[in-house]
Design a protein around this ligand. Structure first.
Ligand code: FMN
Length: 188
């Protein structure tokens, strides 16, 4: 089974990539195939609500989203991480989320995949919980099975994530809950 991790930050080596790298390392050690998607340098334009994906199973915008949508459709589990920007998810991750509309309109292709969310802010209480819920909203609207960290809502850290031991434990607990749930649905 495959778990796709998405780092929703424009920084290639920042806290989000550290959190996703750690989560995917754990998933790999547990026997899952993993794929790491970083939005640092990704070419993703906003959805223009052109309606093409209502009638055709395609999106006319030519950028990195065709490949990303195909990776997401091939996953069994998805773990998405965002920096907190003004109290919610990054614009980069929101643009990716909006551009997954063709997957929903053409057979709910993310339905029943298991999803989990991570967030990191510069402040201890800078909006991480709301950011996690915003990621959960995208997952619920796709019909995904959403899990937390077996305690609260998901992985929550304060920048720099690699120095936040308590926060990184919630990241580890979240990916383990994701793996546990996939194992229960279909043992690897
Ligand atoms: C535009 C912008 C808005 C931000 N807003 C918040 C915020 O509301 N709360 C917070 O705690 N941190 C905020 N930050 C700090 C980022 O969340 C922090 O730098 C992030 O954890 C960096 O993750 P990265 O290293 O993966 O890029 C903001 C940063 C930027 C660039």
């Amino acid at each position: 089974m495959k778990i796709v991790g998405i780092s929703g930050s424009p920084n290639r080596d920042g806290s989000n990539s550290h959190m996703i790298d750690r989560a995917l390392d754990i998933a790999r050690q547990r026997g899952f195939e993993v794929e790491n998607i970083s939005l640092a340098g990704a070419d993703i334009s906003p959805c223009t609500d052109c309606h093409v994906c209502r009638t055709e199973n395609s999106c006319p915008i030519e950028d990195d989203m065709a490949g990303i949508n195909s990776s997401l459709a091939s996953a069994d589990g998805i773990i998405a991480s965002s920096p907190v920007y003004f109290g919610t998810l990054s614009g980069q991750l929101k643009m990716l989320f909006d551009r997954t509309l063709p997957l929903r309109r053409n057979g709910f292709l993310l339905k029943d995949k298991v999803g989990a969310a991570l967030a990191v802010g510069a402040s201890r209480n800078g909006g991480q919980e709301y950011t996690v819920w915003s990621i959960h909203a995208w997952m619920h609207i796709h019909g995904m099975i959403v899990v937390g960290d077996n305690n609260h809502f998901g992985g929550i850290t304060q920048k720099a994530a690699n120095t936040d031991e308590v926060g990184m434990k919630t990241v580890e607990d979240t990916v383990n809950k994701l793996c546990d749930t996939l194992d229960r649905l279909a043992p690897v």
